[in-house]
Design a protein around this ligand. Structure first.
Ligand code: SAM
Length: 205
């Protein structure tokens, strides 16, 4: 991994992902979360302040020790218990059919094999459980997509493996989950990095 990925990237993410336009998207996406939530790519806990009242417990999967440390204060303030539940969303120790909701925010861009993670989300969700997501990814605009391809290698090196070119809707549609809601939009900022996919999917019975 190295000093940059281990020490610098989690702190950069913690600061940059607090921006107001991003926080607004968190609130919008997480309104659909409830019950026992498994958050994969928990980072520094920036979602904790945005969960609605129906959340009763949160299990957090996060590989970065630095990010987990940065989350300490937000965890202490959370109105529900928060427990760490593993390091890798691609292979989790969480039992089958045990959570009401899985959440990812700006994480499917970074998980090395997102298709493995999505299969895991389907496994751990109760039947009719919900996967709630806010992600960035491949733009449908050819000019933007071309630049995303050009910048993708640099982005991966600078941002801990984050990729700009993943079609998040296509990944979910190819998974065992059923996409039930999707909004795509840009927020302010470089269009290569700000094309968002926000929505929900369910685990069929
Ligand atoms: C861009 S950050 C987003 C953090 C947080 N979700 C947020 O919204 O602020 C991506 C996160 O995914 C985590 N991550 C990377 N690989 C992962 C994996 N295999 N399983 C779970 N999380 C992973 C990173 O450590 C990082 O915290």
């Amino acid at each position: 991994m190295g000093f940059w990925s281990d020490q610098v990237v989690p702190r950069m993410v913690h600061v940059s992902m607090k921006a107001k336009p991003v926080a607004e998207v968190r609130g919008k996406a997480l309104a659909a979360a409830g019950g026992t939530v498994l958050e994969v790519g928990f980072g520094s806990g920036l979602n904790l302040a945005h969960y609605p009242a129906g959340v009763t417990r949160l299990l957090a999967v996060e590989p970065s020790e630095v990010a987990r440390g940065l989350a300490r204060r937000a965890i202490a303030r959370a109105p529900f218990p928060v427990e760490f539940a593993g390091l890798d969303g691609q292979r989790m120790v969480v039992p089958d059919g045990s959570v009401d909701c899985v959440v990812t925010t700006w994480t499917l861009c970074t998980i090395p094999k997102p298709e493995l993670a999505l299969a895991e989300f389907a496994r751990v969700l109760k039947p009719q459980g919900t996967f709630v997501f806010a992600e960035h990814g491949l733009s449908p605009d050819p000019g933007v997509a071309r630049w995303q391809g050009r910048l993708n290698g640099l982005q991966q090196r600078l941002a801990g493996g984050c990729q700009l070119t993943r079609d998040i809707a296509a990944l979910i549609e190819a998974s065992p989950l059923k996409l039930t809601a999707l909004e795509n939009f840009y927020i302010a900022g470089p269009r290569t990095h700000t094309y968002f996919y926000v929505g929900a999917a369910t685990r069929p019975e």
